[in-house]
Each structure stands twice: as structure tokens, then as C-alpha cells.
Design a protein around this ligand. Structure first.
Ligand code: FAD
Length: 540
């Protein structure tokens, strides 16, 4: 139960106390008359005014003797309780008790008022017709000249309906909060000053992701930039805007966020006379990390399949090109011998020798042509704007397992903003994967104790620059151009590396109008530099 606070009733009580102090066992009429008499001197109001004011007050007023026997009750008292003044005067206030209030409650009430304190509390009261109502009651003691309690002034009102409405509002609020808390997504309601006025459990959990400040503020900043000021009109609502939360050390989290602006009539006391509408934003944030991870896994799996296919085609091209290269020499020699024999007129049976040589040359040439025709064609992939940072990310994703197995640590320094280049994404991935594979093989082959792969992207004048650095043995100056020749390899002859990788990587880069080279100034290992022009090459 709440303690009493000085209210208008308390002031009336004090006034009446002064009035009633002078009286001894008065009847209601005598009380009224005394009130009139006192007020005519003290307030300068006609005595009748105060009596009628008490009589017509909208709260139930009663005056009792020290044992709660009623001496006076106003019209509202009759209206609320159903008892006429005649029926209650002389009877104890306990006629209103519904007999459900615990005895201890009354005891505390009596202890307070007997000690001369004003008491306020809530009681279940019974009307004359037996129906019950909830009363908010204030009892004030009225002391005599010797400081002894002579009367009690009771003022109460029926708060059943208000209590019912309050309970309804509270239960609706509790229901809303329960439903919100059950929602699997974070929900926050913000007022027009971005203050969160309602939220749920999932939203509270976001606090750990956004230390220092309201999560909603961080979300609005992520969505609408540094000032966090998004559109604020009802029509400007937004839906399923995605944003990423990257906090050092913890895994990346993805969210999909929707926001609905709406207006609501303000009900606070300050704007009671000047009704205002206030703008609110309902923010719903759904953690889509698991979904995004699945999507990403699928994408990487597709990429791996694409790269595997690319690598297969590449090794086929390598094998056929190798065979052509190997055959070219003997066929050339046969052709030369044939020409010489023809010029010298031949010895022995020149016709037979010539015939044999001619046949051998034709067979060899035919084999070369067939091999050349069976060479898989270059990729027919069409060019589209490509962000090199994404290419690097993809290649690092598919290379995670081999990099880990080789004990290679990776440092990835993307340019924060990198212009797109027109290119064939799959061919570029294959090219970069070749450089990464080469770097790993070089470090493992040389048994480097320090195995670091560093990939950097930079904005260059008219294009973008990609650097792939390793801490392997490096490439001697004399071989820096040769490594791009077909079938040149620095690896042991037993290695499966045919020496076509860099040649094909250069082919891809050239097709994109760029260049690929070994940086001569790099001394920690090997650094390949790849440049791609922003405008690409005509036809790309
Ligand atoms: P009771 O046996 O009358 O009283 C219950 C307990 O109250 C007792 O055990 C005792 O400890 C204490 N008590 C009762 N009378 C006195 C006393 N004279 N001196 C010291 N202790 C006492 N009650 C309501 O239920 N509704 C009201 O609206 C209401 N309005 C009141 C207005 C005024 C101005 C006053 C002075 C009292 C009012 N009361 C009201 C209290 C009422 O007088 C009863 O005390 C109460 O209703 C309990 O009545 P009861 O018959 O159930 O029990």
C-alpha cells in the first residue's frame, strides 16, 4: 500500500481540522454550521459556500468520532456507498468493510491514524447492495486543543474502473513484452530522439556486440552513415537492409534490418492541452549469420568446382602443348633433312628415301595439327565488372585447407575502396590461385621456416595493382623473365609441375590488358605484381 502524499484532500483536512477543533460531539448539522462559522472569518467566503463545496465534492467525504462512528457524510459518499446520510450517521465505517481485508492491514492503518498520522491505502469496500468496489482511502486525524484526537476525516473514491483499466493496460503491456521476448529477432522501438522506449530480449543481447552505446544507434549508423539519420517519414520505411558486424576477434555477424516509421498521439501531461503527435521507429533486426554462412559455403563449393574444372582444362592444355612442343623438334628435323636431300639430289635410292622422309614429315605434321585442334579452347566466359578484392577473398577461401596444411600464415591487406575492372572472374581466380599455389610450393619446397603469404591490393593510376608475396627462396635475377616461358620450371624434374602455370597466368593477365612481373626490388622472398587497367582491353 502507498503512503499518503499531501493532496487537495489533505489541505481540506487541515482546514476542517481547524474548524472541528472547536467542536464537541457535534451532529452533522452542527459540523456544517461550525464550518460555515469558521470560514466566514478565516477565508472571507460566505459560510454556505464551503459547506456546499464539501457537500458537492466529487470524492466521498466522511467525518467520524475517534472510534470511526460516522458523524457526517457528503452526497458523493451516499452515491458511492449506496447509503443515505441517515443510514450511516451513527454507524461505524466498518459497515463498508468487505471483510476480506487482512486484520493486520487494519491494525497498521489504525496504528498510524491513532499516532496522529495521515494514512492512505486501498481497501475492498462493500456497498449497501452488497456489491464491492475498490476504494482509495485517506484518513486524517483531527486533534483537539490538548492534542488529543477528536475526529477522523475520511476521504475516499471508487477506483475500481481506473484499477481495471490500469490492470488491463498492465496486462496488455506484459502480453506485448512477452510476445516481443518470444520473437526470435531483435526488436526496438525508438522515439524521434532515437531513445529506445521498448525492446526485447534479443535486442538486449546485441549490447555485447556493440559495446558503448545503444545497439540501435550503431545499427542506424551502419545503415545510414555516420550521423545515423535515416529517413524519418512514414513512407520512408525500409525493409531487409543487410549489414555486417565485424568486431576484432569475434566471428562476423550478418543482420537483416527493417524499419517502420509511424506517428502516435502523445498522452503525457505536458502536452495534455496541446495534443501532439510523436514519430516512432520500429526496428526489427534479424540475425541472418547462419543463413549467410550456408550461402557462403555453397558459393565457395561452387567456386571450388569451377576452379577444379579450370585447373583440369589447364593441365590438359599443358599436356597437349607439351606434346606439341616435344613433337615439333623431330618434325622440324625431318623436314630439314628432307629439304637437304632434295637439294643434294640424294644418294642410294634417293626416291625411296625421299618418299619415306616425306611420309614421316606428313605424318608428323598431321599429328601436330590434330593435337593443336584437340587443345581445349580459351574460356568463353564473358567479361563483367570484377572487384579484385572479392577474387582474392574467394581464392583465400578455397585455399584455406592447403595453406593450413603447409603451415603458411596469410596476411591480406585489401584496398578499402577498389574500383572494379572489366574481367573474367573465373579466369582471374585461376590466375591468382596459380600464384598462391606457386608461393606455397616455393616455401614448402625450400623448407622455409618462416612461411608467410601476403596479398595486397592497391589503387594504381588508371588501374588496380595486386601483389602476391612469399617468404620462399625468391627467383634469381637471371630467371625472372624465363619463368614465364612455357615448360620452364625451377622445380625438381620429378615434380608434377610442367612449368606452364606462370605462362598461362600471364596469358590471362595479357588477355585483360594488364601485365604480370616479378618485382626485382623485393628481397624477403618473391613478389609477383599484377596490374589490371581500369578500362580493360578492347573486346573484354
Ligand atoms: P474491526 O474488528 O472493526 O477492526 C479490525 C481491526 O482494526 C481491529 O482488530 C483493531 O486492531 C483495529 N481497530 C478497529 N477499531 C479500532 C479503534 N477504534 N481503535 C483502534 N484500533 C481499532 N474500513 C473499511 O473497510 N472501509 C472504509 O471505507 C473505511 N473508512 C474509514 C474511515 C474512517 C474515517 C475511519 C476512522 C475508519 C475507516 N475504516 C474503513 C475502518 C473501519 O472503521 C474498520 O476498522 C474496518 O472496516 C474493519 O472493520 P471490521 O469490522 O472488519 O473489523
Amino acid at each position: 500500500m502507498t503512503e499518503a502524499v499531501p493532496t487537495q484532500s489533505a489541505i481540506s483536512c487541515e482546514t476542517l481540522r481547524q474548524i472541528l477543533l472547536a467542536m464537541k460531539d457535534p451532529s452533522p448539522e452542527e459540523v456544517a454550521a461550525e464550518i460555515e462559522r469558521c470560514l466566514s472569518g478565516g477565508y472571507g467566503l460566505p459560510p454556505r459556500v464551503f459547506f456546499e463545496t464539501t457537500q458537492q465534492a466529487s470524492v466521498a467525504i466522511s467525518i467520524t468520532d475517534p472510534d470511526a462512528n460516522i458523524l457526517y457524510a457528503n452526497a458523493t459518499f451516499s452515491r458511492v456507498t449506496g447509503y443515505s446520510p441517515d443510514e450511516v450517521i451513527g454507524r461505524n465505517e466498518s459497515i463498508l468493510s468487505y471483510k476480506t481485508t487482512p486484520r493486520g492491514y487494519y491494525e497498521r492503518m489504525w496504528a498510524a491514524i491513532k499516532a496522529g498520522e495521515t494514512w492512505t491505502g486501498r481497501l475492498v469496500n462493500r456497498r449497501k447492495d452488497g456489491s464491492r468496489y475498490l476504494a482509495e482511502l485517506t484518513i486524517s486525524p483531527v486533534l483537539g486543543p490538548e492534542g488529543v484526537i477528536q475526529y477522523f476525516l475520511g476521504i475516499h473514491r471508487d477506483i475500481t474502473e481506473m484499477r481495471h483499466l490500469q490492470a488491463q493496460a498492465a496486462s496488455q503491456k506484459a502480453l506485448t513484452e512477452t510476445v516481443l521476448d518470444l520473437a526470435p529477432m531483435a526488436v526496438a522501438l525508438l522515439d524521434d530522439r532515437d531513445v529506445v522506449v521498448l525492446d526485447n530480449h534479443e535486442y538486449k543481447k546485441l549490447a555485447s556486440l556493440f559495446p558503448g552505446g545503444e545497439p540501435a544507434g550503431h545499427v542506424l549508423t551502419a545503415l545510414f552513415g555516420a550521423d545515423g539519420q535515416g529517413p524519418k517519414l512514414p513512407g520512408d520505411s525500409f525493409s531487409e537492409r543487410e549489414f555486417v558486424v565485424e568486431r576484432g576477434g569475434s566471428p562476423v555477424r550478418w543482420f537483416s534490418c527493417s524499419g517502420v516509421w509511424f506517428d502516435r498521439r502523445e498522452t503525457s501531461a505536458e502536452v495534455f492541452l496541446d495534443a501532439q503527435r510523436r514519430r516512432y521507429l520500429l526496428l526489427v533486426m534479424d540475425d541472418i549469420t547462419a543463413h549467410k554462412r550456408r550461402q557462403e559455403e555453397q558459393r565457395i563449393a561452387t567456386l571450388k568446382a569451377l576452379l577444379a574444372e579450370g585447373e583440369m582444362v589447364q593441365s590438359l592444355r599443358e599436356a597437349i602443348a607439351g606434346a606439341i612442343f616435344q613433337l615439333q623438334g623431330p618434325v622440324n628435323m625431318i623436314e630439314a633433312a628432307l629439304k637437304m636431300t632434295e637439294r643434294r639430289g640424294g644418294v642410294g635410292d634417293p626416291a625411296a628415301l625421299l618418299g619415306m622422309l616425306r611420309e614421316a614429315a606428313e605424318t608428323g605434321r598431321g599429328a601436330l595439327d590434330r593435337l593443336a585442334k584437340s587443345m581445349p579452347g580459351e574460356s568463353l566466359e564473358s567479361a563483367a565488372p570484377v572487384n579484385l578484392n572479392e577474387i582474392v577473398r574467394d581464392v583465400l577461401s578455397v585455399s584455406t585447407a592447403p595453406l593450413l596444411a603447409a603451415g603458411v600464415s596469410v596476411e591480406w591487406k585489401p584496398a578499402s575502396v577498389l574500383p572494379a575492372i572489366p574481367g573474367q572472374a573465373t579466369a582471374l581466380r585461376t590466375m591468382l590461385k596459380q600464384l598462391v599455389d606457386n608461393a606455397v610450393q616455393a616455401m614448402v619446397g625450400a623448407r622455409s621456416t618462416e612461411r608467410e603469404l601476403r596479398i595486397v591490393t592497391e589503387v594504381a593510376p588508371d588501374g588496380v595493382l595486386l601483389k602476391v608475396e612469399d617468404t620462399g627462396p625468391g627467383i634469381p635475377e637471371a630467371l625472372r623473365t624465363k619463368v614465364f616461358e612455357p615448360f620452364f620450371t625451377t622445380q625438381r624434374p620429378s615434380s608434377r609441375n610442367a612449368g606452364m602455370g606462370l605462362s598461362l597466368a600471364q596469358e590471362v593477365v595479357t588477355r585483360h590488358g594488364g601485365w604480370l612481373r616479378v618485382d626485382p626490388s623485393y628481397t624477403r622472398g618473391c613478389r609477383f605484381e599484377v596490374f589490371f587497367p581500369r578500362s580493360g582491353r578492347e573486346g573484354n
